[in-house]
Design a protein around this ligand. Structure first.
Ligand code: NAG
Ligand code: NAG
Ligand code: NAG
Ligand code: NAG
Ligand code: NAG
Length: 522
């Protein structure tokens, strides 16, 4: 009797310990090259388990040299009862610059994984030979991810992962390959497809319960033109634009949850507001100087309950209330020149169902911005706003933004990415004036960073106590209207309010490209 109850207890313990993995991530930076040809490399990784108590180690094979240092695992973020993400780092000192592989393998993933992954396996291929184009060894792509992302089953969504390469290489994402032993096995989730540009596209399902999927990605860097890799002993190898230089794993859980009444951002699902940096923005902060990332979100039909992030373990999260948060991180001197990823979501609660905003990621580079004055992402020029201060009746302002230079943000191009802002130049905002005739402003070159300028034609309707005015403004932006319309609208709204319009205005984008501004009657 005593024996059988003991046995039962042991089985229960091992069963609960058996299912606890929620993915991992690893990146590397070469550190030093010594006169004798030896090199050092730092591997940074995240381990995601159900609680912060589980331990496991990366196994190295090939030219692993001496493992000079293993930093303790430090907690990045913990959601009690759901997951714990910890960060670790390993430094290897290699006698020569031959690369190596390191593998993280074990069992098991959390229960009920829909694509039936049980064991985990993740592989990093470290390339350390001297690159002919850089005169130094390769750095891997830099990325990170939360242990779990949530998507309501009825919402088609794209998840744009962070895939930044400090060397300026082309980064491509793909699912792991079982035959290459990149996972065990690599069966992708049926509901998710991956593009080589690291965007995951979710197809809605009819599920009403929470279903977890294991997402097992491999990220590689490809040279933009052929390069030669040179070994310490003189051996050389050519890498063409079709040859991956290094590869890293990115593994996490996608939790497909119950449907929501509306998939519109800002209703049930939180929507980011300014001054939240745009996705894949690159920020700079010299070593020893804190970078503060202000994050703001809204959801009208659910309660915002927090910010969850994945990034350096010593980043500090602060909740400022009303959907506002900040993340503060200070790069250390040893990280000078390095780029560190930070990804985050805002979480909301709708009748006890957890809902996440889109994933948003930034890259923080320790050092000064390499460019001379940074180019703002949105420039509004040559606009004239004439308004009646009373605003006692509903009014409508129609603006026609002309979007030029529309390109999707290139994550690996350092000089142009920055915290977005709007610059408005040449504005005249007379208060309480009676405009009786159409007005035209002349064109001037508004600022050195403006990419183009245009004539602003401002016309008014018939004079009266309250009137409507048309505002023609030109915007040039590196954001895409297709992907970032909410964000652009929010930026325009903020700027219009700052310039004197009431905070009750709301903006709508018409299919014609016009922006309609309305104010509610008081
Ligand atoms: C790497 O190559 C560059 C030139 O391509 C050379 O200046 C540099 O010394 C090399 N570094 C090592 C460690 O061999
Ligand atoms: C969900 O159910 C509806 C109606 O039952 C059906 O028309 C639709 O095809 C289903 N969608 C999926 C993705 O299974
Ligand atoms: C350099 O070392 C590699 C193995 O590390 C070997 O395959 C290669 O033949 C060597 N090349 C020369 C020129 O010695
Ligand atoms: C972040 O918010 C703080 C406090 O509100 C403010 O002082 C700071 O200028 C903001 N920083 C940015 C980059 O928006
Ligand atoms: C939001 O929180 C309030 C107060 O806790 C609660 O009464 C309300 O039901 C919550 N709303 C939703 C949609 O969960």
């Amino acid at each position: 009797m005593l024996l059988s109850s003991l046995l039962l207890l042991l089985l229960l313990v091992s069963a609960s310990q058996a299912t606890h993995f929620l993915g991992t991530m690893m990146t590397y930076y070469p550190q030093e090259t010594f006169a004798d040809g030896s090199v050092s490399v730092i591997l940074r990784y995240k381990l995601n388990f159900a609680t912060c108590s589980y331990l496991d180690t990366w196994q190295c094979s090939g030219n692993c040299g001496a493992q000079t240092q293993t930093l303790n695992l430090s907690v990045v973020e913990e959601v009690s009862g759901e997951w714990c993400q910890r960060e670790g780092a390993i430094t290897h000192l290699l006698h020569n610059n031959t690369g190596f592989q390191t593998v993280f393998a074990g069992g098991n993933w959390i229960d009920s994984i829909q694509n039936r992954i049980v064991s985990w396996r993740a592989v990093t291929a470290v390339e350390m030979r001297n690159r002919s184009d850089l005169g130094k060894p390769n750095t891997s792509p830099q990325t990170t991810i939360l242990p779990a992302l949530r998507i309501p089953s009825n919402c088609a969504k794209n998840i744009d992962l962070l895939a930044f390469d400090p060397d300026g290489d082309e980064v491509r994402c793909r699912y792991g390959n079982t035959l290459a032993s990149e996972c065990n096995p690599c069966t992708p989730p049926s509901v998710l497809s991956v593009s080589s540009t690291c965007s995951l596209s979710f197809s809605p399902t009819n599920s009403s319960t929470e279903l977890p999927y294991a997402v097992q990605l491999v990220i590689e860097d490809f040279p933009k033109q052929s390069i030669i890799l040179t070994q310490t002993n003189g051996s050389q190898e050519v890498k063409t634009t079709n040859d991956a230089i290094s590869k890293i794993p990115l593994q996490f859980v996608l939790k497909v949850g119950p449907p929501v009444p509306s998939c519109a951002e800002g209703a049930y699902l939180p929507r980011f507001l300014p001054p939240t940096p745009e996705n894949r923005a690159q920020l700079y902060s010299p070593a020893g100087q804190a970078v503060v990332i202000n994050i703001s979100a809204e959801a009208t039909q659910s309660n915002i309950t927090g910010l969850l992030f994945s990034g350096p373990n010593n980043a500090v999260k602060t909740s400022l209330g009303s959907g506002s948060f900040s993340l503060t991180w200070t790069p250390s001197a040893s990280e000078d020149g390095q780029s560190h990823p930070i990804c985050f979501v805002v979480q909301a609660n709708y009748l006890n169902t957890l809902l996440y905003s889109d994933l948003r990621c930034v890259i923080v580079t320790a050092g000064n911005s390499p460019t001379t004055p940074t180019t703002p992402n949105v420039i509004v020029s040559n606009q004239t706003i004439l308004q009646n201060t009373a605003f006692t009746a509903p009014t409508t302002t129609t603006t026609t933004p002309i979007l030029t230079n529309q390109t999707t943000m290139q994550p690996s191009v350092a000089p142009t990415t920055t915290t977005p802002n709007i610059i408005v130049s040449n504005q005249t905002i007379p208060q309480s004036v009676a405009v009786t005739a159409p007005t035209t402003t002349t064109t001037t070159t508004p600022s050195p960073t403006t990419l183009a300028s245009t004539k602003a034609n401002v016309t008014t309707s018939a004079p009266g106590p309250q009137y409507i005015i048309a505002l023609n403004m030109m915007i040039s932006t590196t954001l895409s209207m297709e992907d970032n319309s909410d964000y652009i609208l929010a930026l325009i709204k903020t700027k219009l309010i700052e310039k004197g319009l009431p905070s009750t205005i709301s903006l709508r984008l018409l299919s014609s490209g016009q922006v309609v501004v309305t104010t509610a009657s008081p």
